[in-house]
Design a protein around this ligand. Structure first.
Ligand SMILES: [Fe+2]
Ligand SMILES: [Fe+2]
Length: 200
């Protein structure tokens, strides 16, 4: 059964995964001669990754989806508890990355390795997190939730978001709120190829 809630969770995973891959590519490429542009783009990417999960994505999962799944499919309770803990720590983790990036920018290359190592750990952490949600939690929800649960979630979701815009815009980053689309376009404009269009 396709519902707004499920569609949005999958769409946001897809756009987050794309942004995480772009961040990984930026980190692999390094600043080169475009130091100022590099830090601006990486900073904007971290801001995006912080904003979408914290303000849009985690609240939907933790408040709407997870409690219902655990109630109907208690066997996934441990996984959901872990994912909830990860949501709670998410903001702090991105703050640390932002600080480490600033340290590299302001204090110099001595601090570069710390940031790069943390990005690597963060990417693996986030990929595992989304994989658990897609491979364990969403299938459990599909198996166990009832029509009324989905309808309730869609209704609660629609009250706090702009579902029409999302539905009209379709999947992926184009399904984001206009504010975030602007931010995404800015990143694409500034980032050097092959990540974005900067300097082309
Ligand atoms: Fe999550
Ligand atoms: Fe998620």
């Amino acid at each position: 059964m396709s519902t707004l809630t499920k569609q949005v969770i999958r769409d946001e995973h897809a756009s987050l995964a794309a942004m995480l891959q772009s961040l990984a590519m930026m980190v692999r490429m390094g600043p080169g001669d475009e130091r100022a542009a590099y830090f601006e783009v990486v900073r904007a990417m971290l801001f995006y990754i912080d904003e979408i999960p914290e303000k849009q994505h985690h609240p939907i999962e933790s408040s709407l989806l997870f409690p219902r799944v655990v109630a109907r499919a208690p066997e996934v309770g441990d996984v959901v508890a872990r994912l909830d803990r990860e949501h709670a720590r998410g903001e702090e983790t991105v703050r640390r990355l932002q600080h480490e990036l600033l340290a590299w920018e302001l204090l110099g290359d001595e601090r570069r390795a710390v940031f790069e190592a943390s990005v690597g750990i963060y990417l693996r952490f986030y990929e595992d997190h989304m994989r658990l949600e897609e491979e364990i939690v969403l299938p459990a929800a599909e198996r166990s939730l009832r029509e009324a649960d989905w309808a309730e979630m869609d209704q609660a979701f629609a009250a706090n978001h702009d579902p029409l815009g999302r539905l009209l815009a379709g999947a992926g980053v184009s399904g984001l709120d206009p504010l975030y689309q602007q931010l995404f376009s800015r990143i694409v404009r500034l980032a050097p190829p092959p990540v974005g269009l900067g300097g082309t």
